[in-house]
Design a protein around this ligand. Sequence first.
Ligand code: FAD
Length: 438
Amino acid sequence: MAVKYDAVVVGAGVAGLSFATRMAGYGYRVVVLESANPEHLGHDWWDTIELRSFDVLGLARPEPPEARTPFTFKMNVLGRTYPVVARMPDDMVNVERRLLATRMVRWATQADVEIRFGCHVTGPILENGRCKGVTLATAGDHAARVKAPLTIDASGAAAVLRRRFDPAVAARWGFETEIPPESFMHTWRGIATDTSVGGDSVICMGQGNSTSWISREPDGLVDIFAGSLGGSRGAEDPETVAMDMIARQGGIGDWVRPGTSAVIPLRRPFDGIVAPGFMLLGDSACMANPINGSGMTVAIDAAIIAADTAHDAMMKGRFEASDLWSYPRDFFRANAELAFLDALKSFVFSAPRDPMLDFFRQGGLRGPAFWKMRPEFGPAGFAAKAGAFARTKGAAALLPPMAGTLTRAAIAERHMALYPSSPSGFNQWKAIRRRITG
Ligand SMILES: Cc1cc2nc3c(=O)[nH]c(=O)nc-3n(C[C@H](O)[C@H](O)[C@H](O)COP(=O)(O)OP(=O)(O)OC[C@H]3O[C@@H](n4cnc5c(N)ncnc54)[C@H](O)[C@@H]3O)c2cc1C
């Protein structure tokens, strides 16, 4: 007889495992379906995460070698290095993604989450606009089904359920099935040994509409990243950008981990993230920070809210959108800054370039801004830029679009914080949001 699950989760990434483990802690039977094998889970590099995310999950904070030494960057804009030095904030840590993934799998399994690896999900089971589970491809190409009253798409940028949802149902609940290419950052990442002496860690901005960095770690490893916003004018293949940067920055030694391509959805927040019997979580819901692409901390916060909402729905035995509504309400109200950052991103890519670069050089962007962009452009952060503006050549061209953007961004953020308490106010809220975001 088929096993009865309370919830089926697609994807054993940070988002899916965080949700599933909290649900298992409430005593529910949860299955996580993951297409990769355990040894290929996570990414083959290290990423920055807020330390509090581990506390929120009840997972021990990482230790070396999973935790890596914090680093310091210099900023290079279009080939010139500026005296902006960015030190990673103390409340953040760089983690080896493979080691974190392995530890999270062990943690989830110990909490009685069932994880099925090598299990490729092909789409949602939809009946009258309601999600009833998922379909799978199994060996020999036989289709199989896993049914549950609640289905979670935590399949990352692949968004395998969202993309196969009925577009009319998705639109009714405020998310899109497909998102445009310019909403993805295409990235390339590799790790090498450093043979150069005394090289700096450098973050480069503005080459081929891309961002890239060479981060030289104290243990002699070098992290090389390049990312280009897909669809933007002049966007280059990120691997080419990385090679160009390496050629200009000096030696990086031999490759110890081959370069890997991946995408980050830098998308403005959807209007909604639930439908009857269905929740979107993590990258599949484009929850990554629209400016710097960090998504782990946001996904973990969202997973907690989603699991607590799911627990309430399970207690009632009802899975209508209205029963799941506290998830988008609490998530968007707590993360209204995503709307602010999305508006800011449009400015970063459209601002008059020369004054913008001079503004950076005059100290208009402080180091920690790379990680903490929202406080940087809050009232206090903005006021602190007055001196840099005064020294910037061409500030007159920069100030009006920047002031306009920040005003729009603040309005978008305030509206996001007014996310409706129930589906009855949703259409009106969406209509106002469309007027704000265009
Ligand atoms: C180069 C790069 C640098 C980044 N740097 C940072 C950073 O410094 N800090 C930060 O917080 N974030 C960073 N991010 C973003 C971060 O990696 C994501 O936001 C985060 O991993 C999202 O987690 P997730 O669980 O939603 O998705 P994922 O981690 O992508 O997990 C999704 C899982 O679903 C599985 N899956 C996909 N399709 C199927 C299917 N059909 N059937 C079954 N399983 C499936 C995948 O195999 C995967 O294991 C970076 C991303 C990239 C690409």
